[in-house]
Every structure is written in C-alpha cells, then in structure tokens.
Design a protein around this ligand. Sequence first.
Ligand code: FES
Ligand code: MG
Length: 579
Amino acid sequence: MAKWPRKLRSAEWFGGQGKNAFMHRSWMKNEGLPADVFDGRPVIGICNTFSELTPCNAHLRTLAEHVKRGVYEAGGLPLEFPVMSLGESNLRPTAMMFRNLASMDVEESIRGNPMDGVILLVGCDKTTPALLMGAASCDLPTIAVSGGPMLNGNFRGAPVGSGTHVWKVFEDVKAGRISIEDFLAAEQGQSRSAGSCMTMGTASTMASMVEALGIGLPDNAAIPAVDARRHVLAHLAGRRIVDLVKEDVTMSQILTKRAFENAIRVNGAIGGSTNAVIHLVAVAGRLGVDLTIDDWDRLGRSVPTIVDLMPSGRFLMEEFYYAGGIKAVMRALGEAGMLHLDAPSVAGGTIGEIIKDAPNYNTEVIRDFANPLTPEGGIAVLRGNLAPNGAVIKPSAATPALMQHKGRAVVFETIEHYHARVDDPALDIDETCVMVLKNCGPRGYPGMAEVGNMPLPAKLLKKGITDMVRISDARMSGTAYGTVVLHTAPEAALGGPLALVQDGDMIELDVAGRRLHLDVSEAELAKRKAAWVAPTPTGTATGGGYAKLFVDHVLQADRGCDFDFLVGQRGAAVPRQSH
Ligand code: FES
Ligand code: MG
C-alpha cells in the first residue's frame, strides 16, 4: 500500500494485513485479479442498470467494458455491479413506482462496498434519476454515462419517433384514418437499434439534464447508442473518474443550485419532458439543494424552445447529435445570458469553457433564438384553487389556442372509469370540454402513472379534433403532447381540490397568467369536501409489501415524489466490519 497519494475509502477493505483485509482480497481474487490491484489504487464502481427487461439499457454491459478500459488506463480498478433496472416499456404499474426503490439499492450498494468513485450507467427514463438520487445521498466522485438514443425510427420511408408515433397512430386508428394492420405493422419501424427513445422524451431529456448539470461528459445526451463515439465517451468517462477521485471532486461540488438552474434553462430550450421537473427536484432534495417548482417557472418563463425535436417538433435525436447537440444549445443560452458559465463540469473546467466555440451545424434542428419553435418554452407552473401546490404544463407541446380556455368539466374518477366511459357514444362531451382525470397521482395510482395525456374520445377524433384541455394528478410520457395539465398537487387521493370536481363544473386554464381555476364557490367546495370519502386503495397498494411503503411515504409531485425518509445526504462513511 503506498502508490496512491492518499489513503482511499477502498483501502479500509483492501489495505492492511489483518483477517478482514485477507477476507476482502482473497474472495475478490477468484475473479482473476492480481495481488497488486489492491495496492491502494482507486476502486471505481460501475453501477449498471443493464437488463434484458429494460430494452433501452440492454446494451449497457458492452458500454461498461469501454468504461473499464478507461479506468484501467488511468490506473484504477473498475468493478461493475448491477442495480435494479427500471424499464419504462414493461414495468407495471409504472416504472415511476420503483424509482425510489432503485435509488435505495444504489445508495446502499455504494456505501456498503469498497469503492472510491462511481460511474452510473443509465438510459431508460427512471434509471437516470434513480441512480443520481442514490449516488447523491452518498456523495462520492461520480460521473453519469447515458446509454444513448436509438437510431431514428423509420417506417415506409417516414421517420418514426419512439412513443410519439405510438400516441399518434393509435389516434389514427381510433379516428379510422389507418387500418389496424397498418398500425401493427408500424411497430417494427420504431425500434431499430440498441438505445433509449430517440424523441426528446424523458430518457433523452434526462440524458440532456446530465450533460447540462455537468455531471456527465460533453455530448453525453445525443451520441446514438450504436455510434462508436458513444464507446469513446464511456472510455473517457472511465479515465476521468480516476482524476475526480484524485482531485476529490464529489457530486455535491458539481451539483450546486447553479447547476440545476442551468439544467432548467436547457430543459426549456430543448422542449424537455415534464418528468424532469419531478426528477430534478428529487435529486436536488438528496443534495440539500433548495430547488422548487417555482424555480422551474421562474427560470423557464423566458426560455424559447429552439430544438425542433418530437414530440414538440419534427426531428429526432440522430439529427440533434449531427446538428451539434446540447453544447450548441448551451452556447446559444450562454450567449443570451441565460447560463451560469462558471458552473463546473466533471469533464474539468467550466461549462463556459466547454461550450464557448460549440458549432451549430443545422439551424433547422437547433434554431436561432430569433426564430424559435416556441417563444416561451420552459415548463409553466400553474396555481389556483384547483392546484394550490401547483400543476405543470409544457407549452411547447400544447396547442396555442387552448392555452387560455374555459370549458365544462367531464370527469373520470379513475383510469378504469376513463376507459369504460371515454368512447361511449352517449358521453356528453365536445371539443370545448375539459377532461379531468382523478386518482392517478403518486398515492392514488399508486406510482403516478403516465396516463395524463388521455386519448380523446373516438367520436371527437373522427370529427378531426386533435387536442383538448386535459387535467389530472398523473404524469405523461415525455414522448407525448397536447394541452395537458399534469402533476396537480395535492392529488385527488389525498383530498386535493381535484377530487371535488364534478361533471359540468367550469374550469379556467390561463397559461400566460399561470392560473388553474375551478369556477365553483368556496361554500360549495367546502360542502363537497365534507362529503368526500377517500378512495379505497386499489391495485398493488392493497397487499402490503413495497407498495405499502410507497403509499405511506411518497411525497407529492411538487416535492419530487421522493420518500420522506430518503430526502437528504447520508454520506459514504465506511460502515463497521461484517465479520
Ligand atoms: Fe426506455 Fe423510452 S422506453 S427510454
Ligand atoms: Mg416514459
């Protein structure tokens, strides 16, 4: 033990001549590791969300091998370990229900094991926040490496965007515009390679957040999963994490309030997912950074959406990468005075140094500030008697004419009620109505499923209607679009005002005024509240187990849906001996 300039955390396991050191080293040697790798060099944990049940992350074992090359090269010892993987497309009732569980897995795996720095291999939506949250509670030097997006979807010569296309062709079937055979045939055109959704859905948004926060390397967001440069990025991250251990740059030195402020601006400029609001608030909560949904509104208000990607716009992640990616977007934001250029990056130096000469190769994909896709992008936070603790809407994905709207409520008490009722020809609904969905919040669903962009009634789709105001306590997929108000807090299952809406009530949405108002008198609402009965738990929440832990401890959407007992840092002090 000597070479490394200071004694590292891992040396508490692998250093010395006692019984415990013998034990820790001896078992590791069954992996074929030579004795000198335990000489005090940094041990880098590679926290891997690989799973064949998470198609978006199924290629991450290959990526881990490239990280390892870099770690070895820089004189470290890489050790890959699996954590719970959350696949958005398969996991029920919703991957969101398990984000906090995965974060606990990550946190305890890091703290309980011999490692000095961590690489987080992330991809599919919830894997990114889960790993950032868990690692943030430990606060070792950390770099996140995203798996990268799939190649552009293509079907019969037309681009197909992950998720976005599903919502669209499903509406086409309901409206009778395409046949069921064509609908099913489109399935094969969507997912053409390894990687995550290639729209600006939640996965691409969170990969962009990683880059904007400075906790990932430049170009982390957009290099396609199968592009050799994705492997180079992983390799470089492996080298770089060893430096971060040397310099003792921990996560909390990178993820300051200013870094989060930068990320929120970038989210506005890329037309990023509403899910990022919840996830960044949760990550910040782990670090003790005071970030609220009002920061989202304040910082997002003036940011034009300049990235023309689905679901808000036309293009996909491949074009975004070729156009210059997040660096080009951040340069535009920086030149408009909308970034903290002195924020640090795990790459070394400042964000300002990284982006200062970043080229934009295609101003159709990454537009100029003078010619934006949506002049005021960002995420708007609405308040009013219907959402005392806030609700969100993504203006870039909404219909401008509906952003100020007053309409009659058509209420769906649960998601089952919605499914049973929405396509009933007798349902009294027209395009001026406001669709209200209850009991799909964090506790109500439970897990706050992505059902807020409820498809429109078939009879209105057949009339050619493409959008209506929709309000719920649910989330929506980052790949979805529409004039959809989400994350209403407090949620209906807790007796929030959303629970009191009845068919025929008038609701007023005013996005410019940031207002969501239920036009019912205080006295009438008080009467309804007195008669309100909490819904009996449904689905997985009835049988105890993790679902019970979830409903008992999950915070509301405006607090990031973390568990009350997980907020904050608990550090990475070496636990006591196991034997
Ligand atoms: Fe995994 Fe979209 S389903 S990234
Ligand atoms: Mg999703």
